[in-house]
Design a protein around this ligand. Structure first.
Ligand SMILES: [Mn+2]
Length: 311
């Protein structure tokens, strides 16, 4: 059932015990939104737990209260509501089984499955952090510097540092407000741009696998399992192909285990969420992802075939 942001805030205000969760493979919007809301609800006197069923990338160590995030290791987590941010039910891992409370879902993914008990979905927003920014007003909480840094991080990461086409005047106004409230933009960019020497070398190896298709309108990095096992991260690699002149759809395919490929896509025009959905994935018009249960070569062939029908 869809609810308004005011109703969303009212439910949180009447509750005492809340669990916040977000998607596995958490990104800056997932973590920033979760921690911003955590911080605000704690200030309102609520008992709040943040559960993420995955490792937290070290690069997000600068986020205030990051150590508050726990893996769902206890048997169960009784709560008045499970607040699910930036995700649908299918990507929160064990949290779904362990917290049986009614679900309040706040999201900006147009592919949200609408399965939550209470859903506030705004697919016009560039980041869930934009909605959390609005929610702060409904909760009548003035963001302090910790909340501001968390929200700013979500805004920044989901818009490619305010460069992607989803960057709106609203995004920039929200970001300006967060800077005024104490967020320092360079803290976020320096922490997230930083790479180890090995990561820079890994990126060079991955770049050697670039293949072009469909007369240069598609470019992809295709990492087989052998190469994948030697890499510390693939974070940001897709940007290396996205910038190639003439490329509409950029692909990062990695065989995370033999016979299983994770796919990320970025586009300048084609709706890649439709392509991802054909493989059971989802996302946004210009950024989407899916998993294909095939070895790399077969997965590549299948993906390119579907892209060719949409391009
Ligand atoms: Mn997001």
């Amino acid at each position: 059932m869809h609810i308004t942001l005011k109703e969303t805030a009212a439910k949180m205000l009447e509750a005492e015990n809340l669990v916040i969760t977000t998607h596995v493979n958490p990104d800056g919007d997932a973590l920033g939104s979760s921690l911003a809301l955590y911080h605000m609800l704690v200030r309102l006197g609520k008992n709040v737990e943040v559960l993420v069923d995955d490792d937290i990338p070290e690069s997000f160590g600068f986020l205030p209260d990051i150590e508050a995030i726990q893996k769902p290791e206890k048997e169960s987590y009784p709560a008045d509501y499970l607040i699910m941010l930036d995700v649908s039910k299918d990507r929160i891992g064990q949290v779904l089984n362990k917290c049986q409370a009614p679900i309040i879902n706040i999201d900006h993914h147009r592919t949200n499955d609408g399965e939550a008990d209470f859903l506030y979905l705004d697919a016009e927003k560039a980041a869930t952090a934009e909605i959390i920014y609005q929610l702060a007003q409904e909760l009548t909480v003035t963001p302090d510097s910790a909340v501001a840094l968390c929200i700013y991080t979500g805004l920044s990461t989901d818009t490619g540092n305010f460069r992607f086409s989803n960057t709106s005047a609203f995004t920039l106004r929200a970001a300006a407000d967060m800077v005024e409230a104490g967020a320092q933009p360079h803290v976020v960019s320096e922490a997230l741009e930083k790479r180890s020497f090995k990561e820079v070398l890994d990126r060079a190896k991955a770049m050697e696998t670039i293949e072009m298709a469909m007369e240069g309108r598609v470019a992809g990095i295709f990492i087989d399992n052998v190469l994948y096992e030697t890499l510390d991260t693939t974070e940001g690699f897709i940007d290396g192909v996205r910038i190639i002149d003439g490329v509409d759809v950029a692909v990062l395919m990695k065989e995370v285990e033999p016979g299983k490929c994770r796919v990320s896509m970025r586009s300048k025009g084609v709706d890649v969420s439709v392509i991802a959905t054909e493989f059971g994935g989802g996302g946004h018009v210009r950024a989407a992802g899916c998993t294909i249960e095939e070895p790399l070569v077969e997965a590549k062939t299948k993906l390119l075939e579907v892209i060719s029908r949409h391009i």
